[in-house]
Design a protein around this ligand. Structure first.
Ligand SMILES: C[S@@+](CC[C@H](N)C(=O)[O-])C[C@H]1O[C@@H](n2cnc3c(N)ncnc32)[C@H](O)[C@@H]1O
Length: 235
């Protein structure tokens, strides 16, 4: 039994920002996962563990094959599904992934022991806010999939560890569509995330040192390409 996530968890992941029939079409027509990835995906769905949704899986296959990143950083491992997906489709990559939830870490370790056959993945245990300061590597691909209100808090440090030309992908950035509403219409419990995401957009979307794209896929992806050696965000 997995205890970290209840049936009512991940509210925004169940509010697609694209018409439901299109979401269904994508999820039923894109190539299914095979083997261990299919098993881990099914386990996550059974236990309400929030992993990337199927259209994002397909997009990541394409990104990994096209970009062939050598050094990947992921914030938010959960049970290791997206890390194992990236490892499979970027077989030359080394992946550092961070999580702080002991239950998720336990399950991720089991999955990595069993399925990370090329030993590509290194799991760092603890809060990303502390761990990212100690990173000793430059990354060409970063996947941000942790607490949404903290994306903007992590980003200045993350940017120091991304190569010029590197890509940062943020998952779940539309809050099921709330992001486009005035704050008074957003549930009180969701307002910290709302403010954090707005700060993230304000600091990045038109930044001269970044190329930004917002993709209405799943609950929304933000893609940032780091165009210069040093990118400093203004407050
Ligand atoms: C959406 S899940 C990650 C799903 C995974 N990327 C996948 O698609 O297979 C988010 C994870 O981020 C972790 N997390 C949230 N905030 C964090 C933080 N500040 N530091 C480390 N991990 C964090 C949670 O414990 C959770 O396991």
């Amino acid at each position: 039994m997995v205890e970290s996530y209840s049936q009512n968890a991940n509210h925004n992941m169940r509010r697609p920002v694209v018409k439901e029939e299109i979401v269904d079409y994508m999820r039923t027509h894109l190539l299914e996962n095979q083997g261990h990835l299919a098993e881990i995906e099914a386990f996550a769905h059974e236990h309400n563990i929030p992993i990337i949704q199927h259209e994002v899986v397909a997009y990541f296959r394409l990104l990994m094959k096209t970009l062939a990143p050598k050094h990947i950083l992921e914030i938010g491992t959960a049970i290791g599904f997206s890390a194992l997906l990236m490892a499979e489709f970027a077989p030359e990559s080394q992946i550092t992934t961070i999580d702080r939830n002991p239950e998720m870490i336990g399950l991720a370790k089991e999955n990595f022991d069993q399925y990370d056959s090329r030993k590509q993945i290194r799991l760092l245990e603890g809060d990303a806010v502390d761990l990212i300061k100690g990173l000793d590597q430059e990354y060409d691909f970063v996947f941000m999939d942790s607490a949404k209100s903290k994306y903007i808090v992590f980003l200045p440090e993350i940017l120091k560890h991304v190569k010029k030309g590197g890509l940062i992908v943020f998952d779940d950035i539309f809050q099921g569509g709330d992001i486009a509403k005035p704050i008074e219409e957003v549930r009180r419990g969701q307002r910290t995330i709302y403010r954090g995401l707005h700060r993230l957009f304000d600091s990045t979307l038109k930044h001269p040192g970044l190329t930004a794209s917002l993709i209405p896929m799943s609950d929304g992806l933000l893609l940032l390409r780091k165009d210069e050696d040093d990118v400093i965000l203004s407050d």
